[in-house]
Design a protein around this ligand. Structure first.
Ligand SMILES: *Cc1c(COP(=O)(O)O)cnc(C)c1O
Length: 386
């Protein structure tokens, strides 16, 4: 076993694919401290800048005084607190679904849905670039799984022709490494025509897209009910932790009864649920946060276009800069770091071969000056690596 592990590690190193962790000495914010140096952070999913919001910190302190720090058990034993319960009710009310169910993470939510609801008679049809948790959940599911070309409606149409008892189309709302949106109006139509169900993973859409932050369905003017299964996380735009699935009563009750990643795991701390409730409230009380994010995205795109940077087509907070080669992406990322800018390089297998990229993410808390410094640093570094 050890020889095999060593040789796999060496191989990964040789391909410039070694993953490394950065250790933050500060909170998650637009400026972070690593190894006693300061960086402007363009890699976080904290799109609304809530991870460090004073009101949310206050709510975490108050709730931990009331409920302590740990939940102490799984939801079905004795770990389900009033804070979890109210959060579920408020999420369902916000989205206009019958119910919502809190999971301990987005990975577990997707895995739980795909492994517990479907069997051999079902066919899962997934976008090729769906998040790893959807792909892994699909693989572990008893259902058959097919994948269609990324956002390729013809390819989806072909997969939908398969004659099976039931079909479920599964797509990210916003693709996490590309930042582009799924063409949901067309996908909804195709799913309907073929009597298929639809699951949307809106980890990067919930809270930021749509007039009121309800996510990618709202962005397209679609009713929430168009997604039979809607999933989103609470650790990205919401600044907290956890995830949820929303839909009708049969969906939620089935998950409670059968989803092993729901049943056999400790509930998130009640204080974290309280924080998630407070950020859901903030989201509704302060639409300004979303507007600020939109403004920053537009400003970044305008400066990037002026500088002829090879951005991928995206209007969301995820603005990847396509590089191609793994070593060049790593070099660029390291060069930017020397200039005080933190942008992580994303390489295969997270993205397809030869499409290594810098995954730039913008938040509502970035200032104009942050964005200007980013563009200047990228321009300077591109000249160095050429
Ligand atoms: C982050 C993410 C997840 C996983 O959510 P966690 O709460 O981090 O486990 C699932 N799907 C997508 C599209 C994501 O980006």
């Amino acid at each position: 076993m050890w020889d095999k592990l060593e040789s796999r590690l060496k191989q990964r190193q040789a391909q410039d694919l070694m993953r490394q962790r950065l250790t933050l000495e500060s909170g998650q914010d637009t400026e972070v401290s690593i190894d006693s140096s300061h960086f402007i952070n363009f890699s976080s999913n904290d799109y609304l800048g809530l991870a460090n919001h004073p009101k949310l910190i206050e709510s975490m302190v108050a709730a931990s005084k009331q409920y302590g720090v740990g939940s102490g058990a799984s939801h079905l034993v004795v770990g389900h607190s009033k804070e979890h319960h109210l959060l579920e009710e408020e999420l369902a009310e916000f989205l206009g679904t019958e119910r919502a169910l809190l999971f301990s993470s987005g990975f577990m939510a997707n895995y739980g849905v795909l492994t517990s609801l479907f069997d051999k008679k079902d066919l899962l049809i997934q976008d090729k670039l769906n998040h790893a948790s959807l792909i892994d959940g699909g693989r572990a599911s008893e259902a058959k799984m097919l994948r269609y070309g990324h956002n390729d409606l013809d390819s989806l149409r072909r997969q939908l022709k398969h004659k099976v008892e039931s079909k479920i189309v599964v797509t990210d709302g916003v693709f996490s490494m590309d930042g582009d949106l799924a063409p949901l109006p067309e996908i909804v139509e195709l799913a309907k025509e073929s009597q298929s169900q639809l699951m949307v993973d809106d980890a990067h859409g919930f809270g930021v897209l749509g007039e009121s932050g309800r996510g990618s369905l709202e962005h397209f003017g679609l009713a929430q009910s168009q997604a039979d299964i809607y999933m989103a996380t609470l650790g990205k735009s919401m600044g907290g932790y956890g995830a949820f699935v929303a839909g009708n009563n049969s969906l939620i009750e089935s998950l409670i009864q059968f989803a092993r990643s729901y049943i056999y795991t400790t509930a998130i701390p009640p204080a974290v649920a309280a924080v998630n409730r407070a950020s859901l409230k903030l989201l509704q009380d302060d639409p300004e946060l979303r507007l600020k994010l939109q403004h920053n995205i537009r400003y970044f795109k305008q400066l990037a276009a002026d500088a002829d940077l090879p951005l991928m087509p995206s209007d969301t907070a995820i603005q990847p800069l396509l590089v191609g080669k793994n070593d060049t992406a790593v070099q660029l990322s390291q060069g930017l770091r020397q200039r005080g800018i933190l942008v992580v390089a994303i390489r295969p297998p997270t993205v397809p071969e030869n499409s290594a990229r810098l995954r730039i993410t913008l938040t509502a808390s970035h200032t104009k000056s942050h964005i200007e410094q980013l563009i200047e640093a990228i321009q300077a570094e591109i000249q160095v690596t050429q």
